[in-house]
Design a protein around this ligand. Structure first.
Ligand code: G3H
Ligand code: ZN
Length: 308
């Protein structure tokens, strides 16, 4: 296998195949961000537990901490031992150089993110990146982003995000760039408000807009900023045309809370794997519960409480 081939080696299904199959089944593919091996282990364990495919994501910051090639090698190794499809996405990639780095490292997908630029510039830079990564490997799924949904998978004081995307913008952007997958602004927002972390408030989506954008764009759609979204809105968003759902802050909250608890349990404990094992389990519960929801399965109230 050359560096320019995707990481898939144990299954014939490409990411495109899996997305097509899930769309027919009325299900969404869960995308979960990882910045370290604890989070990666949790996502892989959740995929094994639920027997559902996952898209593992790492933004530029997460890739810098993990190492893009090192993460790709670990996912390749996990995939060789997994019965369920595991894919890898270079999330929120803001330069051609970083998109190419991920493509050459063997990522299955690249989220090309020039959404902070004016529309025409976003079109030009995205088109250039799509052509460059497809030249490395045409099977790589190229995602483009439009609109403003704020930045950072963090706990926030106030809501972020600007104007929602329109079906016309979506149509023009897809036609001009050649992307396989579009991430629009449809009421979603990166990160969570404190009230969302406490389970007192939920994000709500513009479901009618999703459906209109799907018709106009005619490609796969990704929902970014999934953490803290109302369960019913997730189900309806998938029915309206969302194919991939990104969740990050919920995992980070579970990671932080369980790590605090684990460290406080015994101040003399110094064995990393004893401290970190409960952290993997807590994050895994969040991922499994979201995966079941995205696949139309009933989620137990305890699992929802864990998410909140
Ligand atoms: O790309 C990552 C996400 O869009 C995650 O957003 O932190 O609100 O779940 P979130
Ligand atoms: Zn995102």
């Amino acid at each position: 296998m050359t560096a320019s081939e995707t990481l898939r080696s144990t299954s014939k299904d490409t990411l495109h195949d899996v997305l097509t199959r899930l769309e027919k089944e009325g299900a969404g593919l869960g995308h979960f961000n990882v910045s370290d091996q604890v989070l990666l282990k949790a996502v892989v364990a959740a995929a094994a537990e639920t027997r559902l495919p996952v898209l593992i994501g790492a933004s530029e910051g997460e890739r810098e901490f993990f190492g893009a090639r090192q993460l790709a090698a670990l996912v390749k190794s996990e995939r060789e031992q997994s019965d369920v499809p595991l894919f890898l996405n270079a999330d929120h990639t803001h330069s051609l150089a970083k998109a190419l780095e991920a493509a050459k490292a063997g990522f299955d997908a690249v989220t090309i993110d020039f959404s902070a630029l004016p529309f025409e510039e976003n079109v030009a830079r995205t088109k250039e990146a799509v052509q460059a990564i497809k030249a490395v490997n045409p099977a790589i799924l190229a995602e483009g982003e439009i609109g403003d949904i704020g930045t950072g998978s963090e706990i926030k004081e106030t809501a972020q995000g600007g104007k929602l995307s329109t079906p016309e913008e979506a149509r023009q952007f897809v036609e001009a760039t050649g992307i396989d997958d579009l991430a629009p602004a449809v009421g979603n927002m990166h990160g969570m408000l404190k009230s969302m972390v406490q389970g007192k408030a939920k994000k709500h989506l513009d479901l009618e807009r999703i459906s209109q954008i799907k018709k106009a764009a005619g490609v796969f759609l990704t929902l970014h900023g999934g953490s803290g979204t109302d369960d019913e809105h997730f189900r309806k968003a998938i029915a309206a045309g969302i194919n991939i759902i990104h969740i990050n802050t919920e995992l980070r909250v579970a990671w932080r809370e369980s790590l605090d608890k684990s460290l406080a349990r015994d101040l003399n404990e110094v064995v990393p794997y004893k401290i970190l094992r409960p952290v993997v389990d807590s994050v895994k519960q969040v991922v499994s519960s979201r995966l079941r929801l995205f696949h139309g399965q009933t989620v137990s109230p305890e699992a929802v409480e864990t998410v909140a």
